[in-house]
Design a protein around this ligand. Structure first.
Ligand code: ARG
Length: 502
């Protein structure tokens, strides 16, 4: 008989076949506590659910399970008290928690937790659990921002505002309309995040290393105890797929793009050249040399964070492409892009909520710019189509040459007398009073009639719908939160039951 090696050169949980301890450089290169620190609570909860399942399925005895759960609860207590430090030499959170358990509960009980489980299914279970919590945080914060925008928009449905294309004055709109557009974008962000949440919240645990297990496990039980909506059925897919992460990060990147566009407008429109927004002092910063400066840094930094998130998305999809079947160690680098993107998105949302809540809208200046730069020209052309039964192209041509003449003369559409004169000369008789009525920015806005247009009545209707959708989204978010809370409590109830505490 060949003697079994009982003492190895390595003190790792996987040290059995190794003669030598891992090289320091290799250890530092391969450990993942930096990424795992985000999901310690999840690792403990996941381990408890797994232990409960092993017991329920008759794989581990009550006595062993009690020891396991007792020390996992102690690990949680220490974690919550800030006393659980992840040791780098133990490689990752899974090994840290299990080592703690083995030390405290002893190898006889502690060594039985990992039956029918691999770090490969464990790590992606923790990942999905932590990510879904971040996704909920982000959705809730985005909902708050939507509310802030809608609050402002409802008060500004009749406030003329310059509408731009190519950053050039295009047509008058209202500030309410402009804000409603941003709120509508954020609504779709919630939909994308909710979709990503659905596919993230599926349980890979029980897939073991890749092939499933020869123990009579109950994957549906662990999925339920961990608050998942179902199991990732094919074990190999469960350990190797990360599309939930790509999809989540893409949804976050989309959100950031929307936030960065709003951020850009806080920078642009608060610049004195526009002077339409005033960022509150509490969200601006000063200059170290120019005493008069008030800088819109919150907006600028939001743009910058968007760059970081976009980069993280690129990092993740590049990491994942062309990996062969099964778990690959490359996956260790799949979490940080998400944690960074999530924390960047949350930080950005929080500052945007505060900045937009305290934002001052300079309605006088908005109105002034709404009619500037011949912005009412399109409506003047529309008027001729309607009232003089002319083809639109001819009206476009006529108003175009009118603008050309006014520019040459240094006049504007507000020189009603002159506008009437030129139009009359071109065979379109008109009085100065008529011109005044047509080109007034608010009149232009009110003249819009189409579905979803800037007409204040239409904007009010849209805002009502956006409010209603916000309430529905918030309810869904609360349900998702509650579902996770209920699952955790059910796990705790079963833990206490075995510990004889109830
Ligand atoms: N720390 C690894 C990760 O983040 C999980 C460990 C899996 N390692 C292994 N040798 N199977 O993906």
């Amino acid at each position: 008989m060949v003697a079994m090696k009982h003492t190895s050169g390595s003190d790792k949980l996987w040290g059995g076949r190794f003669e030598a301890d891992v090289d320091e450089t290799m250890l530092l290169f391969s450990e993942s506590t930096w990424a795992d620190a985000h999901m310690i609570a999840e690792d403990i909860w996941g381990s408890e659910a797994h232990a409960l399942m092993l017991h329920e399925c008759g794989i581990n005895s009550t006595e062993h399970t009690r020891e396991i759960l007792r020390w996992l609860e102690e690990a949680r207590r220490r974690f919550e008290a800030g006393e659980l430090e992840l040791k780098v030499e133990l490689e990752d959170v899974h090994m840290n928690v299990e080592s703690f358990l083995r030390e405290e509960a002893g190898p006889e009980a502690g060594g039985r937790l990992h039956t029918a489980r691999s770090r490969n299914d464990q790590v992606v279970t923790d990942f999905r659990m932590r990510l879904r919590r971040y996704l909920l945080d982000i959705r809730e914060a985005a909902a708050e921002l939507r509310e802030v925008l809608l609050d402002h928009a409802e008060k500004l449905t009749d406030a003329p505002f310059p509408g731009f294309t190519h950053t050039q004055h295009a047509q008058p709109v209202t500030a309410g309309f402009w804000l409603a557009a941003h709120a509508a974008g954020l609504e779709r962000d919630d939909q994308r995040l909710a979709q990503a949440y659905l596919r993230t919240n599926q349980c890979p645990l029980g897939a073991a290393a890749l092939a499933g297990t020869s123990f009579p496990t109950d994957r549906e039980l662990t999925a339920k105890l961990l608050g998942f909506d179902g199991v990732v059925m094919v074990a190999l897919d469960a350990v190797q797929s990360r599309d939930f992460a790509v999809e989540s990060l893409a949804a976050i990147a989309n959100l950031m793009i929307n936030l960065s566009r709003m951020a850009e407008e806080t920078v642009l429109f608060s610049s004195p050249a526009f002077g339409m927004l005033e960022v509150d002092d509490s969200f601006a910063t000063g200059s170290s040399i120019m005493p008069q400066k008030k800088n819109p840094c919150a907006g600028e930094l939001s743009r910058a964070r968007t760059a970081a998130v976009a980069g993280r998305l690129m990092e993740l999809i590049t990491l994942l492409k062309a990996l062969p079947s099964g778990y690959n160690r490359d996956y260790q680098h799949d979490k940080l892009p998400l944690w960074d993107a999530c924390t960047d998105a949350l930080a950005t949302l929080r500052v945007m909520i505060g900045m937009w809540r305290t934002m001052q809208f300079k309605t006088e200046r908005m109105a002034e710019l709404a009619g500037a730069e011949f912005a009412s020209a399109t409506e003047l052309a529309n008027y001729l189509v309607r009232e003089r039964n002319m083809p639109f192209r001819d009206c476009h041509e006529l108003v175009g040459s009118l603008v050309g003449t006014l520019v040459e003369e240094g006049a504007t559409l507000d020189d009603h007398e002159r506008v009437a004169e030129i139009l009359t000369e071109h065979g379109q008789e008109m009085t100065a009073e008529q011109v005044a009525e047509i080109v007034d920015p608010l009149a232009v806005v009110r003249a819009q009639k189409s579905l979803g247009s800037t007409n204040p009545d239409e904007v009010r209707r849209c805002l009502e719908q956006l409010r209603c959708n916000l309430a529905v989204d918030r309810e869904e978010q609360q349900d998702d939160r509650q579902h996770l809370q209920d699952a955790f409590e059910e796990t705790m109830r079963r833990v206490r039951e075995i510990l004889g505490e109830e």
